[in-house]
Design a protein. Structure first.
Length: 335
């Protein structure tokens, strides 16, 4: 469908990097459902902190050891505001297995922006250019960039940033269709994304408020983007990539997974989280993912209240078995 350096991406539907969400188990699950590209959670450009469990688990070496048959390009996202530190972080990311380095200039979080990183950088175009030049020249792998449409509604400079990116050698650009000041409020600005697409020749990914296959197709048509990037709509719903790919290719809908299939997906995901993080952290991380899955099912509130009190991997797995088996039984009787 499109190229990033030597890598051909065969899907117009890719996963947005999300801190605290797109860990190795979730990325693997989304790829199984057809996400054409996935990117790690954001890691700091301060490589002295990479020995921490938080950063260590975000780097791809774990993922590569877990699956030696990895065929897709492994993309690692870095964030920071110092060009030399960012260049060093990019080199270190490659040494840890990154085949693509992604630069975060889109995160609106206060703790990131107060360090003049993430979307805060959009206020300083010369610094943006310096960072991009430093990173691109420091590594031999493709470098990509994620931005917003600008700092605030009075300063939408996304088209300017996109041209700077292309001139610096950035090979693909993801655009969340909001300014930093908008955070996640209001509607995504697809017209601004369309302007950015028309101003550069590198692939552009449209991001923001894309929650159905129909919306994905409409956004691709209206913006001319190479792909859509799905984020929040994939939470508890990784099969959205399969559904969207099918709709884009065939123009028809593929069925939503049956409850029995959803059960197998959730249990697989839960086991992988326990294995990846260990019992203590895995229990905590599992709660939010199970909550996203179960929120889409009826009468889940009481179950989640109980589930969030469970304190062993076995009890979590057993509770989910019972939860789904009861619903499958009633569904079969109703049929």
């Amino acid at each position: 469908m499109f190229q990033i350096g030597p890598y051909q991406i065969d899907s117009q539907c890719i996963l947005a990097p999300m801190a605290g969400v797109t860990d190795a188990p979730f990325r693997r699950l989304c790829r199984q459902f057809g996400a054409g590209l996935t990117t790690t959670e954001m890691v700091t450009s301060d490589t002295t902190l990479w020995s921490s469990d938080k950063s260590r688990l975000r780097l791809p070496s774990h993922e590569m050891r877990a699956d030696e048959s990895v065929k897709w390009p492994i993309s690692v996202q870095i964030a920071g505001s110092d060009p030399q530190m960012m260049a060093n972080a990019a080199q270190q990311a490659v040494s840890h297995g990154a085949q693509i380095v992604d630069i975060n200039m889109g995160c609106p979080a206060k703790k990131v922006c107060k360090k003049a990183a993430g979307s805060a950088l959009l206020q300083n175009e010369p610094l943006v250019a310096a960072i991009l030049d430093a990173v691109v020249s420091s590594v031999s792998v493709p470098v990509t960039l994620k931005i917003r449409t600008g700092w605030d509604t009075d300063h939408r400079n996304g088209t300017t940033i996109a041209r700077i990116a292309e001139d610096s050698g950035i090979q693909a650009l993801a655009v969340h269709g909001r300014t930093r000041a908008c955070r996640f409020l209001g509607s995504a600005e697809y017209d601004t994304i369309a302007d950015i697409v028309s101003g550069v020749e590198i692939p552009v990914f449209a991001n923001g408020d894309i929650d159905t296959p129909e919306k994905a197709k409409a956004v691709l048509r209206s913006t001319g983007a190479a792909a859509v990037m799905l984020g929040r709509s994939s939470l508890g719903n990784p099969w959205i990539f399969q559904q969207t790919n099918h709709y884009l290719q065939q123009g028809t809908h593929c069925p939503t997974p049956a409850l029995t299939e959803v059960k197998h997906i959730v249990l697989w995901h839960l086991r992988e989280l326990h294995k990846f993080y260990g019992d203590i952290k895995g229990l905590r991380i599992a709660r939010k993912h199970v909550g996203w899955y179960c929120n889409k099912l009826s009468d889940s509130q009481a179950f989640m209240k109980q589930f969030n009190q469970l304190d062993t991997p076995h009890s979590q797995l057993q509770a989910l078995h019972r939860f789904f088996d009861e619903r499958i039984y009633h569904e079969e009787r109703a049929a």
